[in-house]
Design a protein around this ligand. Structure first.
Ligand SMILES: Nc1nc2c(c(=O)[nH]1)N[C@H]1C(S)=C(S)[C@@H](COP(=O)(O)OP(=O)(O)OC[C@H]3O[C@@H](n4cnc5c(=O)[nH]c(N)nc54)[C@H](O)[C@@H]3O)O[C@H]1N2
Ligand SMILES: Nc1nc2c(c(=O)[nH]1)N[C@H]1C(S)=C(S)[C@@H](COP(=O)(O)OP(=O)(O)OC[C@H]3O[C@@H](n4cnc5c(=O)[nH]c(N)nc54)[C@H](O)[C@@H]3O)O[C@H]1N2
Ligand code: SF4
Ligand SMILES: [Mo]
Length: 719
């Protein structure tokens, strides 16, 4: 009989990074609880974290590679799988060049050590211009706005929730999503604590979301128009003499230029464009300015919309102009345990080092817009994409106009996927390389420490030894990198990475002799920790399974800035040009319907619907329709509606509600699991429909290349 034992690890399923306490029976997880001693999450857990054991042990998870033989995805050995990937990729690269191989990187890459530390190696080794990621379906506008403002795409301020008095939240529902670009375990508890100490928070959202219901005030808005609300607020700050930069005074350029830029956007002018009345706009600006400590935060409803970059920029313009940026209780920059303080200036941020072949769209942060991947696949000519490597991504579900992308990916000469499931995308693969289940992987939050509301450090070793039939995900990624680098399928990965590590150690002024770690990723992490500001190490973190608290956020300006001037550049010219173009924008029409998205606590993007405990009960994939609209259209609760856009049509169950603005309907993304060839037996029973069959790949935020996924015009009718 195996003994019961406890293992601690960070939950990898969303950005909240909660500590889990796993009760293990041998290699099996028999119970999951929140880790009460975790220095950051203090016992908080959500239904997804509680289902970690089921997800980990999912019988549909691949436990051996698959290779396409006679049209079927057959189980194969690792040697055969890598040999097939090698043969296919080297043929395509030698016949058509490197740009013929596209790379698509999905969301879980930012949650794994391998994704964080080795995917960059794969990108470099491939050397293709056709790199696409979930970022242009998500947060790229924030990177671009902060790139221009602060000089670095990673300098993204987060609300200092534990010390603030006032929060303005736009287009985010942290009660459901648990926070994003804002690592804030137990967001609901922290928001309640804010209210309990006399603070307030306001939510701007076309839908009365769970967060909006808990808020002190909910301001409904017309989808895609937050840009006008925020321009009106900035206008009001200047008009009412409420601009106070505080200690930022000597660190900001461009305040006068912003004042001039927003002059045409009086609250009375913008009110009809966003559906929020002028008095409310003024009031929001005044409340923010009056709060002793306040912060503005925007997420999906401010990024995956028309003008996402300008909207994201305005969020931080408000933080700066009210003196709330980089001060306690305002919007602050975390300092991750593997980082050092910065130089205070740098080369700044630029886009357009290359352009997409078909639509001529600029490269942003080393990638091209995912919304144009189908164009690059379908359009013949030099540089046409003929092969695709996906790592932890499901673009067939996640990207706009998904039927078209599904056809495109299905027609490729070669698809190689690193993924644990045969799903909507990987059913087109020629080779699937499955990573181990998360219990068999070590964990450290390389990405999310950049957005965490407290500086903490934690390393979780694998709870279960690696199954002898599986490979560490880092090794899989590096082996693929070696293949596309021309080193062959049997390259000596350890020697290759050892040499790379030695080079980096020299650059960082560390040495490799004392490093510990069982994989190249762990040794690289150890180097980064040792050469980081706090002088930590992997061994030190191993001694603290509940994490180490490194204290509340500290001011970081000017050290964090990478602008050439060494100052905050408040009025960057690409953004100013776009704002100038908004002066004559037409008022939003309330006559037609638009569709927006939503998230459910028990769901995560496209890949957690195969866990029975998460999909049982009430159907989640419904179209939410306002009661008056439903009456007018003859829709009844539980009945079927057809929703049609320029690119597609779906039918799904109606949920009649008072919690959504008239003229707006809401459908969650990540569903539609009934396509032929998918091997996810539970998800298939709860298939839902894919809302990205409606979203339009021609709609894009021009400054960031990010797809518009909220505010798509549709027609709604009873079936
Ligand atoms: N309409 C609409 N569309 C949206 C959104 C929206 O709000 N509305 N949201 C967008 C956003 S924010 C995002 S982030 C994207 C997500 O877009 P994607 O990243 O493309 O999709 P996910 O559903 O997160 O798929 C993750 C994939 O990774 C696999 N996976 C899970 N764990 C691991 C692992 O440890 N290793 C590896 N190698 N693979 C793993 C899963 O099986 C799955 O195939 O979707 C976007 N699409
Ligand atoms: N449970 C769960 N948690 C998740 C995920 C998940 O799928 N499920 N996905 C993870 C990922 S990848 C991400 S990126 C984050 C996202 O984290 P959030 O941004 O918090 O995600 P949502 O819950 O989609 O909240 C977006 C809100 O914006 C509103 N909205 C839509 N259009 C507009 C608009 O034009 N203006 C305004 N003001 N609001 C608008 C929607 O009604 C919705 O309430 O969540 C992460 N966490
Ligand atoms: S909130 Fe996120 S990190 Fe925490 S338990 Fe849930 S899924 Fe895991
Ligand atoms: Mo995301």
């Amino acid at each position: 009989m195996a003994e019961e034992r406890i293992a601690y690890r960070t939950c990898p399923l969303c950005e909240a990074t909660c500590g889990l306490e796993l009760t293990m029976m041998g290699d099996r997880i028999v119970r999951v609880r929140g880790d009460e001693a975790d220095v950051f999450s203090r016992g908080f857990i959500c239904p997804k974290g509680a289902s970690f054991g089921h997800l980990d042990a999912d019988p549909d998870r691949l436990r051996a590679p698959r290779v396409r033989r006679d049209g079927r995805l057959a189980p194969a050995s690792w040697d055969e799988a890598f040999a097939t990937a090698h043969a296919g990729l080297t043929r395509i690269i030698s016949e058509y060049g490197r740009d013929a191989v596209a790379l698509y990187l999905g969301n879980p890459n930012v949650h794994t050590l391998a994704g964080n530390l080795h995917v960059p190696t794969l990108r470099r080794a491939l050397g293709s211009r056709n790199v696409f990621t979930a970022s242009t379906l998500d947060q790229m506008p924030k990177h671009v706005a902060c790139g221009y403002l602060f000089g670095s795409i990673f300098a993204i301020p987060v609300p200092d929730i534990d010390r603030t008095d006032f929060l303005l939240i736009l287009g985010a529902d942290p009660y459901s999503s648990n926070g994003s670009l804002w690592t804030v375990p137990d967001a609901p508890g922290r928001l309640k604590a804010l209210q309990a100490r006399g603070g307030r928070f306001v939510v701007v959202d076309p839908r009365r979301s769970r967060t909006a219901k808990a808020a002190d005030r909910h301001v409904p808005i017309r989808p895609g128009t937050d840009v006008f609300l925020l321009l009106g607020m900035v206008h009001e700050l200047f008009a009412a003499g409420l601009v106070t930069l505080g200690r930022l005074e000597s660190h900001v350029d461009g305040v006068a230029a912003v004042r001039e830029l927003v002059a045409p956007f009086k609250p009375e002018v913008v009110a009809p464009r966003c559906g929020v009345d002028a008095e409310t706009i003024r009031d929001l600006a005044r409340q923010l300015a009056a709060a002793p400590r306040g912060a503005v935060y925007g997420r999906i409803g401010t990024t995956t919309v028309a003008y996402g970059t300008v909207t994201s920029w305005l969020v931080d313009v408000l933080n700066v102009l009210t003196g709330n940026l980089d001060r306690e209780g305002g919007a602050m920059f975390p300092l991750p345990p593997h980082s050092r303080r910065g130089a205070g200036s740098g080369p700044g941020f630029h886009i357009g080092r290359w352009h997409s072949r078909v639509r001529g769209l600029p490269e942003v942060a080393g990638e091209l817009p995912t919304a144009t991947l189908a164009d690059e696949i379908e359009t013949p000519g030099e540089g046409q994409v003929r092969a695709l490597i996906t790592v932890a991504g499901n673009p067939v579900v996640s990207a706009p106009n998904s039927d078209r992308l599904d056809r495109g990916i299905g027609a490729l000469e070669l698809v190689v996927s690193i993924d644990p499931y045969v799903n909507e995308t990987t059913r087109h693969a020629d080779v699937i390389l499955p990573p181990p289940p998360p219990s068999q992987e070590a964990h450290y939050d390389f990405s999310f420490y950049h957005y965490a509301v407290r500086n903490t450090a934690k390393f979780s070793p694998a709870a279960v030894p690696l199954d002898p039939g599986l490979r560490d995900e880092g090794e899989i990624i590096l082996r693929l990198a070696a293949i596309v680098a021309g080193l062959g399928p049997d390259a000596d990965i350890d020697a290759w990475q050892g040499a790379e590590l030695a080079k980096l150690a020299t650059k960082l002024g560390g040495d490799t002799a004392s490093l510990t770690g069982e994989t190249p990723a762990e040794r690289l992490l150890d180097l980064r920790l040792r050469t980081g500001l706090y002088g930590l190490s992997l061994d030190r973190l191993r001694e603290h399974p509940h994490g180490i608290d490194l204290g509340p956020l500290q001011p970081r300006i000017p050290e964090i800035l990478r602008t050439p001037s060494g100052r905050i550049e408040l009025c960057p010219s690409p953004i100013a040009t776009e704002v100038a173009g908004l002066v004559d924008a037409a008022p939003s029409s309330n006559g037609s319907f638009v569709v927006i998205g939503r998230r459910h606590l028990r769901s995560n993007n496209s890949w957690m619907h195969n866990v029975p405990t998460l999909v049982k009960g009430r159907q989640l994939c419904t179209v939410v329709v306002n009661r008056s609209d439903a009456a007018r259209l003859g829709l009844r609760d539980g009945g079927q509606a057809a929703v049609t856009s320029r690119v597609g049509r779906v039918e799904l169950t109606v949920e009649v509600s008072d919690d959504i603005a008239p003229g707006v309907v809401s459908i969650p993304h990540g569903w539609g699991h009934d396509l032929p060839g998918i091997e996810m037996s539970v998800a298939r029973e709860h298939a839902g429909v894919n809302t990205n069959r409606l979203t339009d790949d021609l709609r894009m935020d021009p400054l960031s290349g990010t797809a518009v996924l909220n505010g798509i015009p549709v027609e709604v009718a009873a079936v």
